[in-house]
Design a protein around this ligand. Structure first.
Ligand SMILES: Cc1cc2nc3c(=O)[nH]c(=O)nc-3n(C[C@H](O)[C@H](O)[C@H](O)COP(=O)(O)OP(=O)(O)OC[C@H]3O[C@@H](n4cnc5c(N)ncnc54)[C@H](O)[C@@H]3O)c2cc1C
Length: 464
């Protein structure tokens, strides 16, 4: 059972000062800060364990054999539990009540629960930015985050021989982690050219500690003779029943394409914020390069009163910034709720936050996502893997002259499967050139899959 000290029956509305959704670095930091100021905090996470992506926990025999993974996460989680925060794990927030504030929750046994809070902090993290290509639906094609999770938390190699591809500094530690569990990394395929001298690269010199970290990963790759190709992209994955071969081409087609015989391909183009819940709660977002970002005052306040956002769901900037944003947003909430002891964040915290955000702007600049990745897709490429909708079907629906992307969604069913467009919505929007705006679909309940009986607000006993 994973709902801390819960005295109420499933279905009752639980009231608190602050509901924090997401128990990753941002949500944990914020919850701890607020509990120490005397707030009654409920922290909800859909995962079995707190920690989020960065502080994922090792379990059972892997923990016994290899020890704790990122012990600072264990300390942070222990501090949160000891501070009196009520931690509800295996609790997925799937919607919002008619008052646009009450959180609708599917509990551990899929029983319905509701949480009503004076302030809601959304710290739901981000998603890896998957961009469709021919064959991306084959078993063996995964995201780098998934391959990393297998390698670090479970100590399982994602395959025997892999290509790691896409864009972003994240590809480097992922490749090193795969090597560490015995995967042969055939190549790291980076679509940009961030590791060549340029004015953009010069901006990174202001962040020597981060550069040193990347240099250490590159040294491992060089020592293990893993080619790091820049200005190349994955165009096709092939195999009968599972991945057997990956084809890459140089951007601009200046060199002949290459093929690798592999059983794993880890590919993604950075991360994007998870904004469904902030949007359901009525907060405004803006589109930047095809992704949605919540509008904030820089201290976690959104445009909706009583709704706050922290961590990667506020914008992609890595674990250090996620924790700092958690702290700073907690200070905003404490001030707005008038908690005794509420105070401005320390100057040093704000300075570190500004510096971290400046570095994330540098990386966003160094690792952009070229528009051609989507505009260049051939008509046969599957875009919505849940519903099997191709680029050609989306383009044809778009060309009919529907007045927006939602009509294209209705006509093709793209984005209507179990993932509710979390994977494909940005690609569908980008393919909808004729219907104007590139804003992804509006957020709709349920934002996470839930059994019908939960969505109907009934308990399991009532249904059976
Ligand atoms: C797949 C993946 C792997 C990553 N691996 C790494 C890594 O190894 N190293 C690294 O430096 N960075 C990694 N990152 C980036 C990393 O997410 C951040 O730097 C850091 O973890 C962000 O902290 P956060 O608190 O904002 O979000 P997260 O750590 O992502 O935490 C968000 C939490 O919200 C919960 N949640 C989301 N939606 C709901 C909902 N509706 N109801 C209830 N709970 C919900 C999730 O279960 C999760 O625990 C990864 C990102 C992803 C997407």
């Amino acid at each position: 059972m994973s709902v801390d000290g819960d005295p109420r029956p499933a279905g009752a509305i639980e009231r608190c000062d602050v509901a924090v959704v997401g128990g990753g670095p941002a949500g944990l930091s914020a919850a701890l800060h607020l509990a120490r100021l005397g707030a009654y905090v409920i922290l909800l996470d859909e995962a079995e364990e707190l920690g989020g992506q960065y502080f994922k926990r090792r379990q059972g025999s892997v923990l016994a054999k290899h020890g704790d993974f990122r012990p600072e996460g264990t300390s942070l989680i222990s501090a949160v539990r000891a501070s009196g925060v009520r931690c509800w794990t295996e609790c997925s927030v799937w919607g919002v009540g008619e008052d646009e504030r009450t959180l609708l929750v599917a509990g551990p046994e899929d029983e319905p629960r509701s949480v009503s809070a004076r302030a809601v902090l959304v710290a739901t993290g981000g998603y890896e930015r998957s961009i469709p290509f021919s064959g991306w639906q084959l078993p063996g094609v995964v995201t780098p985050g998934y391959a990393l999770h297998l390698a670090t938390c479970d100590r399982i190699p994602v395959g025997q021989r892999a290509v790691v591809a896409g864009t972003g500094p994240f590809l480097l530690p992922v490749s090193c982690a795969l090597l560490d569990v015995g995967v042969e990394v055939a190549a790291v395929v980076e679509v940009n050219r961030p590791y060549r001298p340029s004015l953009r690269v010069a901006a990174a010199l202001a962040h020597p500690a981060r550069l040193a970290e990347f240099a250490s990963y590159r040294a491992v790759l060089a020592r293990r003779k893993v080619p790091l190709l820049q200005g190349w992209q994955v165009v096709e994955a092939n195999g009968s029943g599972a991945l057997e071969r990956v084809r890459i081409e140089s951007v601009g087609g200046r060199e002949a394409g290459r093929e690798y015989d592999v059983d794993a391909l880890a590919v993604a183009y950075g991360f994007r914020p998870a904004t469904e819940l902030v949007r359901l709660l009525g907060a405004r977002c803006e589109v930047r390069q095809g992704d949605l970002f919540p509008r904030t005052d820089g201290r976690g306040r959104t445009t909706a009163e009583g709704v706050y956002v922290a961590g990667e769901s506020a914008g992609i900037a890595g674990v250090h910034v996620a924790r700092l944003r958690g702290e700073v947003t907690a200070a905003s909430i404490a001030a707005d709720l008038g908690l005794p002891g509420a105070a401005e964040p320390a100057r040093a915290t704000l300075r570190r936050l500004r510096r971290g955000e400046a570095f994330s702007a540098v990386t966003a600049d160094l690792y952009p996502v070229p528009d051609s990745l989507i505009s260049g897709l051939c008509d046969g490429t599957v875009i919505c893997r849940c519903e099997g909708v191709t680029a050609g079907q989306i383009r044809a629906a778009d060309a009919v002259g529907w007045n927006d992307r939602n009509s294209v969604k209705g006509a093709t069913r793209a984005g209507m499967g179990p993932c509710q467009g979390r994977e494909c919505a940005p690609a569908v929007a980008a393919l909808c050139g004729a219907s104007g705006s590139t804003e992804p679909f509006p957020a709709r309940m349920p934002i996470k899959p839930v059994p019908i009986r939960v969505a109907m607000g009934e308990s399991a006993e009532e249904v059976s």
